[in-house]
Write a protein that binds this ligand. Structure first.
Ligand SMILES: Cc1cc2nc3c(=O)[nH]c(=O)nc-3n(C[C@H](O)[C@H](O)[C@H](O)COP(=O)(O)OP(=O)(O)OC[C@H]3O[C@@H](n4cnc5c(N)ncnc54)[C@H](O)[C@@H]3O)c2cc1C
Length: 421
């Protein structure tokens, strides 16, 4: 069983983990020099319904990635406006811990390998080719190339290349594997019908902020600094992360400690930022042009089944943002595990697994796909952590923080340790 995974973000890493756990030979191709993709600048875990999804995946036996993240958190069980029991991983240590873990379990990680071509015959992908000319043959493939960028999308639909962590000028832009195989893909919209969505947070160098802000961040993980009215910049409607599109995020500067100071707004004019007490010397760590804009996302999502098999090709699976308008690391990890697992089931000629809709994860995978068929639904984003899907979860009684109850539910649905066996 040779499985080739294209894209080493959270979805790709988790798919690699799950497929390897099932005994497959796994090659993980990543176009940049590090794993984790947009997870290199993220960090927020377990907030609101993400807690339930995380514990469900642990109960299903596919939670090792979450356990590594828990071990690399700077803060646990913190609250910030609209969000409870969150943890924040360290954005420097976590990528290294995950890379080491995958290598130790035998995943072949190939960095600076950007897939640009694919050989397809009768709906079956035979091999992929990278920009360096290397050809990788596989029995099955997983597309976890994400939906962010490349630069032409950020220019056309955003405020230009913001020089984000994806580093398209250095490593070449994102290329969708399903796309180059001829699969027609979908693009997300904003509520006003415009295309794509802007990433919703930046990072400031902590050392460029006033010592009292840094101390609060280091001690509590959160700093909320009210803004005088004349300095308020409201970018809530363009945000990819609708769970943070609350008025508190416009009326205050909200910082979270992920190693740097995570600034919970898509961008904020540097000149204005320098007028806020404590931010006189503030400097962007990511994106470099965070005073002007941020990366654009939610282009090229693949049509797929609830088992995460891409429709139109026989041996391609997908996960993470590729699998629909799902926002977040937790969302990428849980879909990654399912795609990796199902890819091996496919190669063993076993029936593919669709997760029960009586679980938060199963409901999210099915619900987002249904919603994306509607004009209203394609204008929204879906996450366990807030906005429409968290409300939906609560309505269905799927939001739970009692681990024993989560475990009971997983057992009742016949999913206990399913990914471990
Ligand atoms: C600035 C920012 C902050 C965020 N903060 C948080 C947060 O705190 N908490 C949270 O839960 N979510 C956060 N998110 C959202 C979250 O990061 C994503 O939804 C999730 O991690 C997506 O994972 P993914 O693997 O699907 O895609 P990506 O992270 O986009 O990964 C895709 C990977 O594929 C690679 N790739 C693309 N094309 C190719 C190719 N042709 N060949 C090889 N490799 C390729 C890319 O280089 C990349 O590494 C944030 C997003 C951004 C942009």
């Amino acid at each position: 069983m040779n499985i080739i995974i294209t894209g080493g973000g959270w979805a790709g890493c988790s798919a690699a983990y799950a497929a390897r756990k099932q005994g497959a030979n796994v090659i993980l191709l990543e176009r940049t020099d590090s794993l984790l993709g947009t997870g290199l600048v993220g960090g927020i875990m377990r907030n609101n319904g993400r807690y339930t999804a995380t514990e469900e995946m642990i109960a299903m036996g596919g939670g090792d990635i979450f356990k590594i993240i828990d071990e690399n958190c700077r803060h646990k069980n913190i609250s910030f406006p609209g969000h409870e029991h969150a943890s924040l991983y360290d954005i420097a240590k976590t990528p290294v811990a995950i890379t080491n873990y995958l290598k130790e379990m035998g995943v072949k990680v190939k960095l600076q390998e950007r897939v640009v071509k694919a050989q397809v015959e009768d709906g079956v992908i035979l091999s992929v080719e990278t920009a360096s000319g290397a050809v990788y043959e596989g029995d099955a493939f997983i597309d976890t190339t994400g939906t962010a960028g490349p630069m032409n999308n950020c220019t056309k639909y955003g405020n230009g290349c913001a020089m984000c962590v994806l580093r398209c000028p250095s490593f070449g832009g994102r290329v969708s594997l399903a796309g180059i195989c001829g699969i027609p893909e979908k693009t997300g919209k904003k509520a006003d019908n415009s295309i794509g969505a802007m990433s919703g947070s930046c990072k400031l160098y902590k050392e460029s902020l006033a010592p009292e802000i840094v101390e609060t961040l280091n001690n509590t993980g959160v700093a909320v600094i009210p803004l005088p009215e004349e300095l308020i910049e409201n970018h809530l409607s363009v945000k990819a992360c609708q769970q943070y599109a609350l008025k508190e995020f416009a009326e205050n500067i909200i910082l979270l400690d992920t190693g740097h100071a995570k600034l919970m707004t898509p961008f904020y004019t540097l000149e204005k930022l320098h007028k806020i007490p404590g931010f006189e010397n503030a400097r962007y760590e990511d994106p470099y042009a965070g005073g002007k804009g941020n990366s654009m996302r939610y282009f090229d999502m693949s049509p797929r089944t609830n088992a995460l098999q891409v429709e139109g090709l026989k041996n391609l699976f997908c996960a993470g943002e590729k699998a629909g308008l799902l926002v977040g690391h937790t969302e990428a990890i849980v879909t990654g595990v399912l795609a990796g697992y199902n890819c091996t089931r496919f190669l063993k000629n076993k029936p593919l697994l669709e997760l029960s809709r009586k679980t938060a994860i199963g409901e999210a995978i099915a619900y987002v796909d249904e919603e994306m068929l509607t004009e209203e639904g394609i204008g929204k984003k879906y996450t366990f952590s807030g906005s429409v899907f968290f409300e939906h979860m609560k309505k269905l009684g799927l939001y739970e923080t009692d681990v024993t109850k989560i475990e009971e539910n997983i057992k009742n649905e016949g999913l206990w340790n399913i990914f471990a066996s």
